[in-house]
Design a protein around this ligand. Structure first.
Ligand code: FAD
Length: 316
């Protein structure tokens, strides 16, 4: 019984979400025993491997460092995982764009079912996952010999880093280099931002249709700067073209659970709540006192956002 966690990394750094997946792996380990390995696949990923080796509970980091794994293309990554899978009973990855791209392919290659977006571990074969946009929690049990699992990082507190002094796991290289004739990297366009990443930010301030235009989203900038917040949006704001779709929070956007979530001009449709209702503290600004967002908000301000936001910023 061993567990393999696929490390998520960007720009040569281990993504924080990986520590949440290792925490999920530790809970599986409590009931199944065995070791937790982390797979770091990419090109020039030495620093990522070092960071992964410091995560508490990790026994071994396996590093597949080769150009074919650069850019995290799903075809070679899934072929690699599928080859390594025979050593494991559980394969875990973050339920991120990459994890959701890679793991279903591994499940198909191994002819097992995938367990998607688990938020709790009951035992080595039984897990909880949200369904119906988070309105119900399903308990799912898998009889497959290999369990392929995406993990919703907001469901698990990050496992601690052992620090530079705390010792680290063994790092071993994986020689398997799979061929990739199915896909090739063309280009990547990344939104440039000095702000924290939406999924990892401690504070998120999101605007909805009530913002009225993309230009008005600038009203959130100063507040976000002062709070060190990421900026999100409702789908209505994205669909109206106010902001790009990588800012969307909700059922079909990003799932966030920051310490503070501020919803501005957002009505609080269940599909939006599905992406943010696990936030520790929720504050809402809306001019309609009947808006459903106030049912989940810890703090609500019934006000016109065009008056409230400048005042809020000036008081911070
Ligand atoms: P609205 O519902 O139009 O609300 C705007 C709010 O702004 C209102 O409450 C209004 O009172 C307030 N307002 C207006 N002017 C002001 C002002 N001057 N000052 C203060 N308040 C003001 N939505 C998501 O957000 N994320 C998703 O991932 C998502 N996925 C979906 C998936 C499916 C399958 C479906 C069917 C829908 C999905 N939706 C999603 C859409 C969702 O149902 C709602 O339509 C959407 O969340 C509404 O966005 P909104 O709150 O910004 O807009």
């Amino acid at each position: 019984m061993s567990i393999l966690v696929l490390a998520e990394h960007h720009d040569g750094a281990l993504a924080g979400a990986t520590a949440h997946v290792v925490a999920a792996a530790q809970q599986i380990q409590k009931s199944s025993g065995g070791d937790i390995d982390v797979l770091v696949a990419g090109e020039n990923v030495g620093a990522v491997a070092d960071a992964a080796a410091r995560l508490d509970g990790v026994s071994r980091v396996r590093v597949a460092d080769h150009a074919v794994y650069a850019h995290q293309l799903a075809e070679p990554l899934s072929a690699l995982l599928s080859e390594l899978a025979d050593d494991y009973t559980h394969l875990l990855a973050v339920a991120s764009t990459t994890g959701k791209n890679v793991l279903p392919r591994v499940a198909a290659l191994k002819d097992v079912s995938q367990l998607s977006e688990i938020i709790a571990v009951e035992s080595a074969d039984t897990f909880q996952r949200p369904i119906y946009a988070g309105n119900a929690i399903a308990t799912v049990q898998s009889a497959d010999p290999l369990k392929v699992i995406t993990v919703r990082s907001t469901g698990f507190d990050a496992c601690p880093d052992r620090g530079l002094e705390g010792g680290s796991a063994a790092i071993e290289s994986v020689d398997t280099v799979v061929e990739n004739r199915q896909s090739s990297f063309v280009k990547e366009e990344l939104a440039q931002s000095d702000r924290p990443e939406l999924g990892a930010a401690r504070v998120v301030i999101s605007g909805g249709r009530g913002m009225g235009s993309g230009d008005n989203f600038k009203l959130l900038d100063g507040i976000a700067d002062k709070l060190g917040a990421a900026i999100g949006a409702s789908r209505a704001a994205v669909d109206a073209g106010f902001v790009p779709n990588d800012m969307q929070v909700g059922q079909t956007g990003k799932i966030v659970a920051p310490e503070l979530y501020i919803a501005v001009g957002i009505s609080g449709a269940i599909q939006h709540l599905a992406g943010m209702k696990d936030s520790r503290v929720i504050a809402a600004i809306n001019k309609d006192e009947e808006a459903p967002i106030f049912q989940v908000a810890d703090y609500g301000l019934v006000a016109d956002l065009f008056e409230a936001l400048p005042e809020f910023e000036s008081k911070l």
